[in-house]
Design a protein around this ligand. Sequence first.
Ligand code: Z5A
Length: 217
Amino acid sequence: MAGLFITFEGGEGAGKTTQINRLAERLTQDGHKVVTTREPGGTPESEKIRDFLVQREGGNWTPCAEVLLLFAARTMHVEKLIRPALEAGKVVISDRFTDSTRAYQGYGHGFDLKTIESLEALVLGGLVPDLTFILDIDAKTGLERSGRRLAAEALSLKQKEDRFENLDITFHERLRAGFLEIAKNAPERCLVIDAMQSVEDIAQQVAEAVRARLRQA
Ligand code: Z5A
């Protein structure tokens, strides 16, 4: 495939959205065609599934149902948006992808990682990000940051996307350890960045890594 597929991962409030906006701006200035997207979501159908999954009153799903909904959203996202954009030579930047299922549902909630891998084989058809940034932050600071963002959003209580933020701190600690384990197992793809640094310093490290990868392509 001709394009470049970049994903951003990490716990709540790690700064993914902030960094994706910076990176997209830089790459566009450099003359690249950039598509930014997110998971769950990215297509109209997948955005509907997102509401079930992340909103406070989206539903009380069993772990298996939650995983299947995530992969239903992901197959639409991959087939309708990500793959066509990569085939058209674009840079696709996704706010979360399948590493989040491994981290949240697998390491966080204890859902069987082998089953997640089987679903990945079915849904992704070999698609793997070229580069994954794991923004690493301690759970408490991340939750404080994301709490401030949620408080600032002018949404009704029902629409608040805080179903995962409301889980206890030990869940978020397992999540962080899960992301670090994922990075350790895929060092050729994953770059762990200390998310406690300033927005500017992180943006610089991200831009350098992406430019290096684009030079290799
Ligand atoms: N989920 C799942 O369980 N399984 C899956 O497979 C997938 C997802 C794909 C939605 O994700 C939820 O879905 C998510 C996991 C679950 N759990 N939750 N909740 P999301 O990505 O939409 O939600 P999020 O991680 O909570 O997003 P977030 O809180 O917006 O975090 P962020 O995008 O990483 O951060 P941000 O919006 O850029 O920044 C947050 C605040 O911190 C904001 O006020 C910034 O101005 C500030 N900030 C950012 N960077 C800095 C630095 N460097 N210093 C200081 N302050 C900063």
